[in-house]
Ligand binder design. Structure first.
Ligand code: C2E
Ligand code: CA
Ligand code: CA
Length: 658
């Protein structure tokens, strides 16, 4: 025995000399040893054997020996020579390669491996499925030769290569061409794999076909900005245009006016002639209004029988007044609804920027006050907003002072609204919603004070209180054995921006002892837009703790689902405005929700429908496999004590199991 053999076997020569060679085999492998068989039969052998070290652990070795026996001087057989080497490392590498190969083939993303010259060495099945090229066709070509669509310029590829040179990584969207000639967008990520000397050995490309996702996005984008009934801009688009117009007016010194219109007694027409006639009337009204406007004005339907007009550059109040009186007069002519003549009038409220409000929200609010006054004055009229209409600033000041003491005086209350599983009809979790029990004004809804708390910074204190209270409540429910699995807490953008936010959350989790998996934080898209990098890092940290992240009011912001997909997000809450659209025959709202649900599921996100009010909405949402349903249909938000009395707490009522 040589030294190397001693080392590998963990025994010295003295111990082994004279013993049977079988002692170095793993006992259970002795009988199957190829070497022993070879010795008996008298031929030489090379193969893998499992050997045993002194401590008892086994290792694979390539074993060579046998053949003709060694003879002594008088040609008497003395024995055999054998040698072996440890192949543990090779074994591990092979196992790793096997795993890698199966990942490679099973990946749903297409993968290419190219050499340093950029020529493809191998591709996987998904590559062939997406591009239509087999591995044989792809081998030896560069991805550009094979798939190039000619739609990107030199500069695009120069930037890609310089990024690969510097960072060894590039990712982005690129348009490629399939074998069939069809172009398609893909999300491509390329990594340069380097050897120890820093030279590129391989380029690994991973991509997925995102054409379906893009179509759905474009579709959602259109639906999200237009009113399906009249084809007019919706509230979102109106707000967009208003904001743009305000910043232009600000620079150009022009004035800008918004008019809010509300049809007088529309409801009675709807009730007496039916919804179909109501829809026709709304369409006819929007046509007549459009005919009175200049190019550049925006006409929008904000919902129901409410319209809005944006007049971007007017020189005086008189311009707006002129248009308003033309509108009021134009309603003196009847509307023709499939042969039936209908009369209706409209009331108009007008607010002018910048005098009546420095931001969109205030401007709209004041136009609404003016509209209310126009109705009050007997309808079929228009009114401008007057400063004296507003008691706002005083009330604001009072509330602000009171709010600063609300937590200290124990005036805040948390209400809870169930989120019901669409599959079982049973409550799965709850959303916590804050209320303020004001000493003189009664129970105030968050709309009255959250904005105020945001602008004064008090939201930090308030938010902390809400989170803490909700976590405590959750722990209590669990102790009581109630099957409430999750509590969702709203987090305002300002809280998220605070660098200490993460620390505060962790502290409360620890303090209350809540299982982090039972906690969900609701954030709006706008809070992500502020500082995407910070948001990303906070989300990731929360996720690591097991805390779930929900995007609130989805569909009212700017981002798309595929944008969200780059963030660690667990839940998408589809905004109530889309759920409202599921009435009668409004096919568009349905397709939109369906698209969101399908996309969310592809991205492994859950969906929650907000503001479910009717059995019909519930029915359709169940059919579309929206995961959780929340709304007055099940329950209004209520105190914890009332929550546990709700039927959806336990009952498997007449809910369909899908
Ligand atoms: P949100 O997060 O979108 O909450 C849902 C709102 O819709 C709640 O109003 C809820 O009562 C209402 N709602 C639920 N189902 C229905 C329905 O079927 N029909 C109708 N018409 N409404 C429904 P709420 O409680 O007045 O809250 C308003 C907003 O105030 C919340 O909107 C949220 O943005 C904010 N808010 C509430 N609590 C907190 C809080 O603790 N912290 C922060 N930062 N914001 C909060
Ligand atoms: Ca919410
Ligand atoms: Ca919401």
């Amino acid at each position: 025995m040589n030294q190397r053999a001693e080392m590998l076997l963990g025994r010295n020569e003295k111990e082994l000399l004279g013993t049977n060679v079988d002692t170095i085999w793993l006992p259970e492998n002795v009988d199957s040893s190829g070497f022993r068989a070879a010795l008996r039969a008298g031929y030489s052998y090379e193969g893998e054997e499992w050997l045993q070290r002194s401590g008892g652990d086994a290792f694979p070795a390539v074993f060579m020996g046998g053949g003709l026996p060694r003879l002594d001087d008088s040609d008497v057989a003395q024995g055999y020579v054998a040698s072996f080497r440890d192949v543990t490392v090779q074994h591990q590498d092979e196992a790793r390669l096997r795993v890698a190969a199966s990942v490679f083939e099973n990946l749903s993303e297409a993968m290419t491996i190219a050499g340093p010259d950029g020529r493809i060495q191998s591709v996987n099945l998904a590559f062939t499925e997406i591009t239509g090229y087999s591995e044989a066709e792809a081998k030896g070509k560069t991805p550009g030769e094979l798939l190039g669509s000619g739609l990107h310029d030199q500069e695009f590829f120069r930037a890609m290569w310089s990024c690969l040179d510097n960072d060894r990584h590039w990712q982005g969207e690129i348009i490629n061409r399939r074998k069939s000639g069809e172009t398609y967008p893909e999300w491509l990520s390329i990594t340069a794999v380097c050897n120890e000397d820093g030279n590129v050995e391989q380029f690994i490309g991973l991509f997925s076909d995102i054409s379906e996702r893009k179509q759905a996005e474009a579709y959602i984008h259109h639906l999200a900005y237009h009113d399906p009934l009249t084809g007019l801009a919706n509230r979102l688009l109106f707000n967009d245009r208003l904001n743009t117009a305000m910043s232009q007016a600000h620079r150009s010194q022009y004035l800008l006016a918004i008019m809010l219109l509300d049809l007088d007694h529309f409801k009675s027409i709807n009730d007496s002639l039916g919804h179909h006639a109501g829809d026709l009337l709304l369409a006819a009204v929007s046509q007549r209004l459009a005919g009175l406007l200049r190019e550049g004005d925006t006409l929008a339907r904000l919902g129901g029988d409410e319209f809005a007009v944006l007049l971007p550059d007017i020189t005086s109040h008189a311009d707006a007044a002129m248009l308003a009186s033309r509108v009021v007069l134009s309603f003196e002519k009847p509307f023709n609804l499939e042969g039936r003549e209908v009369f209706i009038s409209t009331s108009i409220g007008i607010a002018v920027y910048p005098a009546d409000g420095e931001n969109a929200e205030l401007l709209l609010k004041n136009a609404d006050v003016a509209l209310y006054n126009a109705k009050d004055a007997g309808r079929a009229a228009f009114r401008f907003f007057l400063e004296s209409d507003s008691t706002d600033s005083l009330e604001r000041l009072e509330l602000e002072t009171d709010l600063r003491r609300a937590v200290m005086r124990d005036e805040l209350r948390l209400y809870y609204q169930p989120q019901v599983s669409s599959r079982t009809g049973v409550m799965y979790g709850v959303e916590a919603l804050v209320r303020w029990q004001h000493p003189t004004r009664g129970l105030l809804m968050p709309d009255r004070f959250i904005g105020l708390a945001e602008s004064t910074g008090y939201i930090e204190v308030l938010g902390r209180w809400c989170l803490e209270t909700a976590c405590q409540q959750m722990v209590e429910w669990q102790k009581a054995g109630l099957p409430i699995r999750r509590v969702a807490v709203n987090v305002s953008p300002r809280q998220l921006r605070n660098p200490d936010f993460m620390e505060m959350v962790l502290e409360i989790v620890k303090e209350t002892g809540i299982n982090p998996n039972c906690l969900e934080l609701e954030l709006t898209e706008s809070s992500m837009a502020d500082d995407p990098e910070h948001t990303f890092s906070v989300f990731s940290q929360l996720r690591q703790q097991g805390i779930r992240i929900a995007i609130d009011d989805f569909g009212t912001g700017y981002s798309s689902l595929s944008y969200l997909a780059r963030y660690p997000v667990d839940v998408v809450k589809i905004d109530k405005s889309f759920i409202d659209g599921i009435v009668g025959s409004e096919q568009n709202s349905l397709s939109l929700i369906q698209a969101v649900v399908l996309m969310a599921h592809t991205l492994s996100m859950e969906t929650v429908a907000e503001g479910v009010e009717t059995a019909e909405q519930r029915q359709k949402l169940i059919a579309m496999q929206c995961d959780l349903l929340q709304g007055y249909f099940y329950s209004r938000p209520c105190p914890a004590a009332a929550l546990i009395e709700l039927p959806c707490m336990t009952e498997h009522n007449e809910h369909e199991i899908r």
